[in-house]
Design a binder for this molecule. Structure first.
Ligand code: CP
Length: 313
């Protein structure tokens, strides 16, 4: 299918077929990353601006690498060193980037809805790199890409997302992507961070870790989003870890081929023990590598790329 969107703002508004097109396109681009010369001319002459108003390691660098591998020019905009500090608004900033011929603006912002807002005030293609607690669509795409690559499918798998669901944009995007692709999603964590309202999105909710991980094909761990919590959501980190931390002993009670995932940054000894994070079931660093191919696919598609059939032809 041809890709019909000029922006990537969320997963909620994508169909299963559109998500699959991104994953298939990413698979073609992953092969490019395995060659000695990792560049293709798909976005030659285009300019991609990374507008990050929140910290990032993985997402910003992989968008930069993705744009470079597509032969685009890349500008990294750091909010701390910008005229945001002099009071310039997000709208004026984006309109100035547009005046500087930004074809794509990749935005990370603490305000939910910031990418949607920009898509209404500038002509550039907008890609959401994480907006508040709303969505982090490319993270969910690289997570589902990794699951599909490792397990051969997404439909019918039992995927448990464990941790701070309430404040997590990664969780929201993953829930949309996984349920649209036919996975069975279980959410687990303290009741304050995993309210039953998520059942309305088609997920199973449990506050019992053993119940959540038994029978899981995939366990995706999330860190506690301290920066977005407005009050204390559980008594102590120690108590959180004792009830919901993934230790080797708990891992031994899961399926032997369970995939252990984490979007990063990981907090060793809190939501995940080092021996689990670095163990044979972990695909955490493969997720990071897959982020480049998935972000190449997204940049290429929003700029008018037709999809994997065009790359094969
Ligand atoms: N997963 C993720 O978004 O990581 P960064 O904050 O380092 O980009």
């Amino acid at each position: 299918m041809n890709w019909p969107h000029e922006h990537l703002l969320d997963i909620e508004s994508l169909t299963a077929a559109e998500i699959t097109t991104v994953l298939d396109t990413a698979r073609a681009f992953k092969a490019v990353g395995e060659r000695a010369i990792k560049k293709v001319p798909a976005l030659r002459g285009k300019t991609v601006v990374n507008l990050f108003a929140e910290p990032s390691t993985r997402t910003r660098i992989s968008f930069e690498l993705a744009a470079q591998r597509l032969s685009a020019d890349v500008i990294n905009f750091s909010a701390d060193a910008s005229s945001f500090k002099k009071g310039e608004t997000l709208k004026d900033t984006a309109r100035n980037l547009e005046a500087l011929n930004a074809d794509v603006i990749v935005i990370r912002h603490s305000a939910s809805g910031a990418p949607q807002f920009l898509s209404r005030v500038v002509q550039s293609h907008i890609v959401n790199a994480g907006d508040g607690a709303h969505e982090h669509p490319t993270q969910a795409l690289l997570d589902t890409f990794t699951i599909r690559e490792k397990k051969g499918r997404v439909a019918g798998l039992n995927v448990t997302i464990l941790g701070d669901i309430l404040y997590s944009r990664v969780a929201r995007s993953n829930i949309w992507a996984l349920t649209k692709l036919g996975a069975h999603v279980t959410l687990c964590g303290p009741s304050t961070l995993v309210p039953r309202v998520f059942e309305r999105l088609g997920c199973r909710v449990t506050h019992n870790m053993d119940e959540a991980i038994a029978g899981a094909d995939v366990i995706n761990l999330l860190r506690i989003q301290h920066e977005r919590q407005r009050k204390t959501m559980f008594p102590s980190l120690g108590e959180y870890t004792s009830l919901f931390g993934l230790t080797r002993a708990r891992l031994a009670r899961t399926q032997p081929d369970v995939l252990i995932m984490h979007p990063g940054p990981i907090n060793r000894g809190v939501e995940i023990d080092s021996e689990v994070a670095d163990g044979p079931n972990s695909v955490i660093l493969e997720q990071v590598t897959n982020g480049i191919a998935v972000r190449m696919a997204v940049l290429y598609l929003v700029c008018g790329g037709k999809g994997p059939q065009e790359l094969a032809g």
